[in-house]
Design a protein around this ligand. Sequence first.
Ligand SMILES: [Zn+2]
Length: 538
Amino acid sequence: VTCVAFCFALSYCFGSCDFARKIHANSPASGSDDLVMWSDVYTIVEATNDEIHSLQDQMAIPLEEVTLVLERSVADAPQVFRLPARYREELMARQVAVISNPPFYLVDPLIHERRASDDFAVWMSGYKDEVIVEKMLRRLARDYPDITALYEVGRSHEGRPIFALKISDNPSLDEDEPAFLFNAAHHGNELLAPEYVLDLARFMLSGRGSFGETRWFDFMYESTNGVGTVHYRRPEIQTMIENFELWFVPVVNPDGLHVAWNRGYWSGRKNARDTTSPRGRWNKGDGVDLNRNYPFYWNSGFEKASSGRPGSIFYRGRAAGSEPETRAIMGLAERQRFAVSLSYHCYATKILVPYTIDLAVSPNPNPAWRIGQELARAGISHRPVKRYTAERNLYAVDGTDQDWLYNRFGTMAFIIEGSYLTPDYEPRARRSIQGMRPLSLRALELYAEGPALIIHVVDEQNRPTQARVEIVEFDYIENEAFTTHPRNGRFDYFLNSGGDYTLRVSKPGYQWLETRVECQSGHCPVSLKLTPDPARPN
Ligand SMILES: [Zn+2]
């Protein structure tokens, strides 16, 4: 959740007050098929066996609607039960203990079976924890060794690996190709977000097999739900795998995901840093909001954009980039210089276009707007009253990943807010995943469509070099200083529209270069060689 009313409720409700009730009061009328999250489907209560039997009688609750989700061995101890959400109000009126921040395994107890399985189809059949995600990534890397490489790009605060699956030809090499980042679960409790990333990775890989000549067939999501399929020609995916470097980080915040499943669902938004008392053990208010921890406009001072209070759900951390999970993504971005990044969240059904931070002034023109609006057009929300739209933000923010990526590397970086939070997996989650796929694929197509300058800069000895690149006609206000990648001298410069531009290239110790380039559509290659200038020392 990058935003929503109940976040604010939660920020002061992290203690004992029952905010599940507040959510419910703000939810659409029952029967509406708009926003759905797990708390609209289930309620979790603690009661003894005797109490639950008597409630079943008094409230006429059918036996099959009551699931024992945690059995305690002590006789007469309260057990934990899962019931349909529609009983919540009455259960609370009858003084039954409703657990407002349950670990998600109480909502979805089948997680234990999925985690124990070795069957890919079983893993795909429900929400995933960090253990299942790791198993899936290892399986994909094993099954497609020639076009995948699995990397550990960092470790979480509690020591869990942060994995990145790369899909490309020659995956162990850094080739002179544009890199794309698909990441999710900066907020660990947004269980639907990693699904979008895993689905896309699996889709790209499954498309490469030898079945069918004219369209991609995907066995994961298309077969049962009848809500339409994404047709995609195999040569297109083949070309993308050959020409792009696709990086998938389904779980940026594995500790938060672990917290959501095992300690408290709502607490899983943040990472697991020990930020609140009592110290030395996990508390439900612990953690840093990783999507407020990036250096660009960190702690901007803009009201409510983030919080300095360690118990807040928007706690920005002690310093910019203080968290190991943030640094893992920053390090990966520094190495790869992504052309495009999609960071998946839930559930506003929006594409957030940089700069999302109110105080930051976006470049003018800002090609990200055109791309963000195209992405919104491609997404299918499967929500009856809400379509994907492109917006700057949902409410005040600072220290977000996408703005840092855009400012630092010129990455076309978007937050993609999916269409539900954690709804019933069948059918809503599955539909939402399916509706996201054309949006994600559209990002790859838009890159290919351009217009964009594909710039390569070499030094006097024809070695690729890092140099600053700037289109003179564009206005930059936030000290953007885009540079070519030192490894291959490359920078992909997105344009707002076709036309003539003045490209300026500079590097200390070298003469400035200015050149006129025309680029109407597609990719316009520009190769430039720098000449040393003793008068301009390093
Ligand atoms: Zn989020």
